[in-house]
Ligand binder design. Structure first.
Ligand SMILES: [Zn+2]
Length: 145
């Protein structure tokens, strides 16, 4: 089809339809997309103590990757046992790490395959059956993408 036949006005209005409004729930340290919260609520969570997982660290510095059994090039990266120092709560970004609990970080939380959620956020956002009551009790902002 020859695109020059499409009137410009029609093109613009179809573009507008594609841009969507995304809703974010405001939490203590920021905001989380409501879509993502709904996704997190579907994961299987297990309460456990944090232990630092293995990490791949680039020999030339700079990058670190969580080691999950992926293949890697030993000439470029080194596998460090327990090299992944900490994770963050997916909702409030609190630090969860290994060792003794301090005011800086927590040492246990809820874990799914790769994500962590702190105890408070689990109680507030994951455990309640009724999502609408959570949404009602928090400020929601909208952003256009
Ligand atoms: Zn949290």
């Amino acid at each position: 089809m020859d695109k020059s036949n499409i009137p410009m006005k029609k093109l613009n209005s179809s573009l507008k339809m594609e841009s969507e409004i995304k809703k974010y729930l405001l939490v203590q340290n920021g905001e989380i997309p409501v879509d993502y919260l709904i996704e997190l609520r579907q994961y299987a969570w297990e309460f456990r103590k944090y232990s630092c997982p293995d990490a791949l660290i680039a020999i030339n510095g700079g990058s670190t990757w969580l080691y999950t059994g992926q293949k890697y090039d030993e000439s470029k990266v080194t596998l460090i046992k327990g090299g992944w120092a900490h994770d963050h709560c997916e909702i409030c970004y609190a630090t969860i790490s290994e060792g003794e609990a301090t005011s800086e970080y927590e040492v246990e939380g809820y874990h799914s395959e790769f994500e962590w959620i702190c105890k408070n956020c689990f109680t507030d956002f994951i455990q309640p059956m009724d999502l609408n009551s959570i949404l009602k009790n928090h400020r929601i902002i909208e952003k256009s993408l």
